[in-house]
Write a protein that binds this ligand. Structure first.
Ligand code: FCB
Length: 443
């Protein structure tokens, strides 16, 4: 099975970057060699994780990293997106943990030997628990701790990193973690959600300044997720409700960065749920970025609701992945062209895109044809956006391998490599082969 792009697509030129992505908590394991974090704690909460699992072993990547990097190299990718576990590299007193730092340095050096660019994300949700115990992202001191971590780690890594992202998906950290409570640390409340979002954005801005100083030769930016909002009907009420949802979930995170302002919606929120914004915060948040990372999986459809303003409408006739997300590749093209029309964007990387499928390992093979289709259609969607003038420089498959899928535990598989969690054996799926072929033929 092949992935095919339009013949003249720039995505077939060697200048276009292809990669695979992972995140520290989802793959690393070796939890005793780092500080406990909010996900360790959340996993202990009854009912929080669908299969009652945790990240204590995960894909055992801290022990198997060398082989995992050989596997990455065998895919012929140009880049590998990984995240750093804050509590593995920074001790509770704020000093560097040399054992943790050396783990990542060995890994980054090996990537360099392979000529694979390291795309490093500094925060993919694993906040050290002692920081949460002081209020976590609700505490205005946390952005400053983050900036200090960014400072120390970027100095330690030197010139090994091609690209730094400050944060992964602040929407998920703030909204899922502090507003609806289905992710760590499991706090609920609109005030808390909006406060966490503001502090995360502040952390991003502060860290951007540090990264531009310590690592001027890397591309430094942020990774945002977008779930484009579509109106259920053309009625004025549904359209307005959908715009509200979009401003609340999507534009809330990009507009302060690009325009130095929150969406107008902020002013219509009840005063007691608005974040505490200090003078100068938006100047810090709107530091110029070298790139914007865009994560896309699906869209959502909304209609008006008298109590909650907007509500989701299921699209039962559409195809969905194993995690219940509608497959809607056209949404990716429309997202990219609409962002390009709304903002003066820096170059874009699609930093995550992929599908959960109910994979089965049979006679040493995983024939995940549904996932091949998903990649085929979404890569084509990226190519269409480029044709329409959006400056997109690269694409990362989520994920390199099956891993701990947050509140879903190990039940949902997103990898292009299958992981047998009993034996830690990795098996390249059909989608992995197709992705490798696409990349290899281009070169
Ligand atoms: C994104 C996360 C990533 C992974 C995918 C499926 O929201 O960034 O860690 O869980 O979803």
């Amino acid at each position: 099975m092949k992935i095919q792009l339009p013949k003249d697509s720039v995505m077939l030129s060697p200048q276009f970057t292809y990669g695979v992505a992972t995140a520290s908590f989802q793959i690393e394991g070796s939890a005793t060699n780092r500080l406990p974090n909010i996900w360790d704690n959340f996993c202990k909460k009854p009912g929080a994780i669908a299969d009652q699992s945790d990240g204590l072993t995960a894909c055992d990547h801290v022990n198997l990293w060398d082989k995992d990097l050989d596997l990455i190299n065998s895919l012929n990718v140009d880049a590998y997106r990984l995240s750093i576990s804050w509590g593995r590299v920074i001790n509770q007193d704020g000093s560097l943990n040399s054992e943790g730092v050396n783990f990542y340095i060995k890994l980054l050096d090996k990537l360099k030997q392979f000529n694979i660019k390291a795309f490093v994300t500094l925060y993919h949700w694993d906040l050290p628990q002692h920081i949460e115990d002081n209020g976590g992202w609700l505490n205005r001191a946390t952005p400053y701790l983050f900036s200090d971590y960014a400072d120390k780690i970027s100095q330690a890594f030197g010139d090994r990193v091609a690209s730094y992202a400050t944060l992964n998906e602040p929407f998920c950290s703030a909204y899922l973690g502090y507003e609806v409570g289905i992710h760590a640390p499991g706090i609920s409340g609109a005030k808390q959600g909006r406060t966490a979002a503001h502090h995360l954005l502040l952390a991003h801005g502060l860290a951007m300044k540090v990264l531009q100083k310590n690592s001027p030769n890397s591309d430094n930016g942020i990774v945002l997720n977008f779930t484009p909002c579509y109106s259920h009907s053309g009625s004025a009420d549904d359209v307005a409700a959908t715009k509200h949802a979009d401003d609340y979930m999507n534009q809330w995170y990009i507009k302060p960065i690009m325009d130095g302002a929150y969406p107008e919606l902020l002013k219509s929120l009840p005063e007691d749920v608005r974040p505490d914004i200090h003078d100068g915060d938006l100047d810090i948040i709107s530091q110029p970025i070298d790139f914007l990372g865009v994560n896309y999986y699906t869209r959502l459809i909304y209609q008006a609701n008298a109590q909650t303003i907007f509500e989701e409408v299921a699209n039962d006739t559409a195809l969905h992945t194993d995690i219940g997300w509608e497959i809607y590749p056209q949404g990716l093209t429309e997202l990219l062209t609409s962002l390009n029309a709304l903002y003066k964007l820096p170059p874009i990387y699609i930093t995550e895109n992929g599908a959960a499928m109910a994979d089965k390992l049979i006679d040493g093979e995983v024939k995940d044809f549904g996932r091949v289709d998903y990649y085929q259609e979404h890569l084509k969607a990226v190519s269409f956006a480029i044709e329409q003038g959006v400056d997109i420089r690269g694409y990362f498959a989520w994920s390199l391998m099956d891993n701990f899928e947050w509140a879903e535990g190990y039940l949902k598989r997103f990898g292009i490599v299958y992981v047998d969690y009993e034996t830690q054996q990795r098996t390249l799926k059909t989608s992995g082969m197709a992705y490798k072929t696409l990349i290899s033929n281009r070169k």
